[in-house]
Design a binder for this molecule. Structure first.
Ligand code: R5P
Length: 338
């Protein structure tokens, strides 16, 4: 645990989606989680009671909106309303995984833009700021008219790959589709490695599609990099395409382990060597899987929350050398004053 965080008006609460991460985050900061009782009426309606005074406090409320997304989103909205009515000074929604983000534009006529709808709902409920990680598309920040601190786990993942000798500057970082190229470029810059792209033209999964690779992967180790893994189909198909193109070892790396249905089994049978993800979504209820390596974003979020609370820039958290806590290197100490 780092030094205890002294400001008594700084309070961290957790809802139900990712209590292990919230506990780790509170420990990083040196505070205990606030007390709130979350119960259900017989018909399933959510009822929340905050069990301590939070009058005048800056609240950091941790909740990912993964499956069951509707439940977890409603918990977040209802808790925000309760906090506002209990006279919180500010309500900062810490949403490690921002669900409903894939519908960020109308892909077909007469569709909803849920990423915007959820942004509106949060602001209406009373959220003053959102702290989140690796949004499906960075433009979603603009769907909010309140501040959004959009953090990234890319440096943490890159450092993990380097420190565990899973990647070096000869590794090819691969985007599983055209939409993810900028994300992959950022990872490749951190690894000082080249990129390649799977030429996937449709967002619909087609098991039989024969995809091409743009870039040279023959005889190379490849790291597939994406924002999330849901059914696993994208990674499985991309791995098969890379192997067909002559890649040797293929790793899958992503920030958000959505991992719906039998995704874990599919990944296990795919020929991927390892899957490296973070803990923005709680996997503790899933069967452990030896090919999954999960790294924690608690240090990154802890540093971010302290800096936000002290009105300091969060820019050092995007530094290439950032390894999960700012207390580690001299270089970061200097950068922290920027
Ligand atoms: C797509 O735009 C996303 O970045 C992911 O590639 C996709 O959502 C992954 O989904 P799945 O694992 O179901 O293929």
């Amino acid at each position: 645990m780092t030094e205890t965080y002294k400001d008594t008006y700084f309070r961290v609460f957790s809802l139900n989606s990712n209590r292990p991460l919230a506990e780790e985050l509170a420990e990083e900061i040196g505070v205990s989680l606030g007390e709130a009782e979350i119960t259900r009426f017989e018909d399933g309606e959510i009822r929340i009671n905050i069990e301590e005074s939070i009058r005048g406090s800056d609240i950091y409320l941790v909740q990912s909106t993964n499956h069951p997304s509707n439940e977890y989103l409603m918990e977040l909205l209802i808790m925000t309303d309760a906090l506002r009515r209990a006279s919180a000074k500010t309500i900062n929604a810490v949403i490690p995984y921002y669900g409903y983000a894939r519908q960020d534009r109308k892909e077909r006529p007469r569709e909803s833009i849920t990423a915007k709808l959820v942004a509106n709902m949060l602001a209406t409920a009373g959220v003053d700021r959102v702290v989140t990680l690796d949004l499906h598309s960075p433009q979603i920040q603009g769907f909010f008219d309140i501040p959004v601190d959009h953090l990234s786990a890319t440096a943490l993942l890159a450092n993990h790959l380097l420190n565990h000798q899973l990647a070096d500057h000869q590794t090819v970082v691969v985007s599983p589709d055209h939409a993810g190229v900028s994300r992959v470029r950022e990872m490749a810059t951190l690894l000082d490695a080249p990129i390649a792209i799977i030429d996937k033209r449709s967002s619909e999964f087609d098991e039989k599609a024969d995809l091409r690779v743009i870039g040279d992967v023959k005889g190379k180790t490849c790291v597939l990099f994406d924002d999330l893994i849901d059914t696993g189909d994208t990674m499985v198909q991309a791995c098969r395409t890379l192997k067909k193109a002559g890649a040797t070892d293929v790793y899958a790396c992503a920030t958000h382990p959505v991992l719906s249905g039998n995704a874990m089994e599919k990944l296990e049978q795919s020929g991927l060597k390892k899957v490296i993800i973070t803990n923005t979504i709680d996997l503790s209820h899933k069967k452990s899987n030896r090919m999954i390596e999960q790294i924690s974003v608690a240090g990154l979020l802890g540093d971010a929350l302290k800096r936000i609370h002290e009105h300091k820039s969060v820019k050092p958290l995007f530094d290439k050398a950032y390894v999960g806590t700012l207390e580690k290197t001299e270089q970061e100490k200097k950068a922290s004053d920027l």
